[in-house]
Write a protein that binds this ligand. Structure first.
Ligand code: ZN
Length: 365
């Protein structure tokens, strides 16, 4: 039996030698350089585009040179359209709009989805680009394949979005005056920026609904209404400043809020952050030194940093409104959870136990 150990040792040495040899012979990423965007040469970029099958139109789409996929539809911001599940506007909203003398069209989710799907199909046929699934994104000003961006992030060669505020310890806001369910009901009003600079170029609607329905895990019923053609963000001084866009959203859509179970989600095409929300749904909106009810969150389909999936943005920002805080940057700093930036980028759809109980205690007190 004394031969066993040396034999195992020799075998292990051979295995390790084999691993070293294969690592040397088989280069990783088939010679594609792994570098942060600012260090890539034009030649290397072209090599990367070729490897990932990126076309001229993919790049044009990412740069915003192609027309909107919704061009010619009623959802392109030119008309006021309200979308609800059954195609009927809730009584209180109808009354308010009548009082303001505002006309609008009402359609159902089903009709909205049909318009989006048809527009998407036409676009794919015409440009070979799926606006719901673009192959590239702009990172630090450089157009890169999404798959390549993910590899860079995994190798820590690219930073994710910088948190707007961080907490090292798990903390949970307890805003007794913040947004919460009433009779088990949460009303979400989704306002889509209508002006040319801010109108989204990618569909986000079903991701938004899916993300909001995850809050039904907390024993509430979530009702989602979409508003197209209402919110004009063209008067925001720094056009891509997420915080200023959020302030504009709060100012322009406050008319829709009449109860503590109302929250507003705004969608723009691009901002310097993928999302931002007033912590705990409270903020001193009128600058009188005391926090006001401020159940507003802003989402952007694109940011300068690696883009989060649309549903991650909505779930993360809406959770802020219900007291949950940011929980670290990289995914090894926190259990799988939407409140951690790394996990949100990777597309988790859950809350960890701590963040989940935080949202639960606030949304359904
Ligand atoms: Zn968490």
């Amino acid at each position: 039996m004394k031969w066993v150990k040396p034999l195992v040792g020799i075998f292990l040495v051979l295995v390790m030698l084999g691993m070293v040899v294969s690592a040397v012979i088989i280069p990783k990423q088939s010679d594609i350089p792994l570098k942060p965007p600012e260090k890539l040469t034009e030649g290397e970029l072209q090599m990367i585009y070729k490897k990932y099958g990126i076309t001229e139109n993919d790049i044009k789409f990412a740069k915003g040179v192609l027309p909107s996929y919704l061009k010619g539809t009623i959802l392109n911001g030119s008309k006021r359209v309200i979308v609800t599940e059954n195609g009927k506007v809730p009584e209180n909203i109808a009354k308010k709009l009548k009082g303001k003398g505002i006309d609008y069209i009402v359609i159902s989710y089903e009709e909205m989805n049909k318009i989006i799907e048809n527009a998407r199909k036409r676009y794919i046929k015409k440009y070979g680009v799926d606006p719901a699934n673009p192959r590239v994104e702009v990172v630090d000003g450089v157009v890169l394949p999404k798959e390549y961006v993910k590899i860079l992030v995994e190798h820590r060669l690219l930073k994710l979005e910088q948190p707007t505020y961080t907490t090292t310890v798990s903390s949970c806001g307890n805003p007794s005056n913040g947004p919460h369910a009433i009779d088990g009901q949460i009303e979400v009003h989704v306002f889509v920026a209508k002006d040319g600079k801010h109108v989204p170029t990618e569909p986000f609607e079903s991701d938004t609904k899916n993300a909001l329905e995850r809050f039904e895990n907390f024993n509430v019923n979530v009702q989602v209404t979409f508003y197209y053609g209402f919110w004009n963000a063209s008067d925001v001084s720094d056009w891509d400043d997420a915080g200023k866009l959020l302030d504009d959203l709060a100012k322009d859509t406050s008319w829709v809020i009449d109860s503590k179970n109302d929250i507003v989600i705004g969608w723009v095409n691009y901002a310097n952050h993928n999302g931002v929300a007033y912590p705990d749904g409270m903020w001193d909106l009128n600058n009188d030194g005391t926090p006001d009810f401020a159940p507003y969150a802003l989402c952007a389909v694109e940011a300068s940093t690696p883009d989060w999936p649309h549903d991650s943005i909505v779930q993360h920002e809406a959770s802020h409104l219900f007291g949950a805080d940011d929980q670290g940057y990289w995914w090894w700093e926190h259990p799988p959870c939407i409140m951690n930036y790394g996990w949100a980028y990777l597309g988790v759809d859950c809350w960890c136990d701590d963040c989940g109980s935080c949202v639960a205690s606030n949304i359904n007190p």
